[in-house]
Design a protein around this ligand. Structure first.
Ligand SMILES: *Cc1c(COP(=O)(O)O)cnc(C)c1O
Length: 390
């Protein structure tokens, strides 16, 4: 499987005839598309994907990216959005109408929760949150009007790993659409469509673009879900800038090598941190000690570079002292670029269905592509500052 994916990353969305022999497809910048005749204008269809119709409806650049991601995710077709959050909101709006009920995982990416609270609820959608570890127990939360389930694996900040196939099987038996945020694993390390998912979302801003220089999202659907996803994206006018799409395509080519290195470094850092006396536990399903390890081993083929650290004792002052002196771990939102990052987090603030028991703030780390010894030295010095400030 890994060998095949690595080849797909190189070949997907490329057509040397279309790009006149250039290895990379040129960037198509287009709003107006000129038709040669009146008859051609009348014959064209807004949803055609073999030739452009109007810039917002797609260009060879956006189709190449969408097709490439869909192929690697293992889905049918994909739509490109201007950010990961736009893809999330777009997918939710596509499958939920007034009077519908949505089940959302309690530890989703916080802005996803805001979409549920500030947009969907106001538009008449009922939303309930569920424990990420609920498994097939989710059946008890279904109502006759449950139209969709929104998952993220593992969940943001706390990295609890849901049993996606078990939850998806219940959803399928109730006729609900399963939407999954697959950003953490990327399309390489978790195959959503072989685990029962109907729509898979990538914040391509993260590992796919991979260099912290683009905002981009993509949602891939299976055959049954595609028409609704596509029609909603069209109605909402969703499209991404051509340069960002190009950066997404370019990032895809090296996703495999980058991701394996992120994984190797994250595993080393996680194991090192786990042995530290200041650390209560490391939140990373690739670690054998993590409660999600069995599911991760069963369902994933790898882990990315993002994980959490919960401390025995912690304080905002101590976290600030650690972050302010770091040489290599930058302080900032997002992740998935080549550089290491550190961020404080308060998981209890973003959940209502479950209780978070570890001391807060916790720390979220992104393992970048720097030398791992330099990163360990940085963490070692950071923990000394942390201890001194506690
Ligand atoms: C960052 C992130 C998003 C949102 O992506 P943007 O491109 O920043 O809008 C969605 N889901 C997860 C899990 C993320 O980490």
């Amino acid at each position: 499987m890994a060998g095949k994916d690595d080849t797909t990353l190189i070949t997907a969305g490329r057509d040397s005839e279309k790009s006149l022999g250039a290895v990379n497809l040129p960037v198509y910048r287009a709003s107006t598309i000129l038709f040669p005749t009146y008859a051609a204008l009348r014959a064209a269809h807004p949803l055609q994907t073999d030739k452009p119709y109007y810039g917002r409806r797609g260009t060879p650049t956006s189709w190449a990216f969408a097709d490439a991601v869909a192929e690697i995710e293992g889905g049918s077709k994909a739509w490109v959005y201007p950010s990961g959050l736009a893809a999330i909101a777009g997918a939710l709006l596509a499958f939920l109408d007034k009077g519908d009920h949505l089940l959302t995982m309690d530890s989703v990416y916080e802005p996803t929760r805001v979409v549920c609270e500030k947009l969907l609820k106001k538009k008449g959608v009922e939303v309930d949150y569920f424990d990420p570890l609920i498994g097939e127990g989710i059946a008890a939360l279904f109502r006759p009007n449950t139209a969709a389930v929104f998952l993220e694996t593992p969940g943001s900040l706390t990295f609890e790993t849901p049993d996606v196939p078990a939850i998806a099987a219940v959803a399928k038996s109730r006729g609900a659409t399963v939407i999954l945020d697959n950003t953490w694993a990327s399309p390489l390390f978790f195959k959503p469509f072989s685990h029962g998912v109907d729509v898979s979302i990538q914040a391509a801003t993260k590992y796919i673009a991979g260099h912290s220089d683009a905002m981009l999202g993509v949602a891939t659907a299976n055959e049954a879900a595609w028409p609704r996803l596509r029609d909603a994206a069209g109605v909402l006018g969703q499209c991404a800038g051509p340069d960002d799409v190009f950066l997404g395509l370019r990032g895809l080519r090296t996703l495999g090598v980058r991701l394996r290195r992120h994984q190797e470094t994250a595993l080393t850092l996680a194991a090192w941190l786990e042995a530290r006396p200041e650390v209560r536990r490391v939140l990373y399903p690739a670690l054998p000690s993590d409660p999600g390890h069995a599911i991760w081993t069963r369902d994933f083929s790898g882990a990315s570079g993002l994980f959490g650290v919960a401390f025995e004792r912690t304080s905002e002052t101590a976290i600030a002292a650690m972050l302010d002196g770091f040489k290599h771990f930058g302080i900032g939102y997002s992740w998935g670029g080549f550089e290491s990052l550190a961020l404080p987090a308060w998981p209890s603030r973003g959940r209502t269905a479950t209780t978070w028991r570890d001391p807060e703030p916790i720390l979220r780390l992104h393992a970048g592509l720097e030398d791992v010894d330099d990163l360990i030295a940085d963490l070692d010095a950071g923990l000394a500052r942390f201890r001194a400030a506690l």
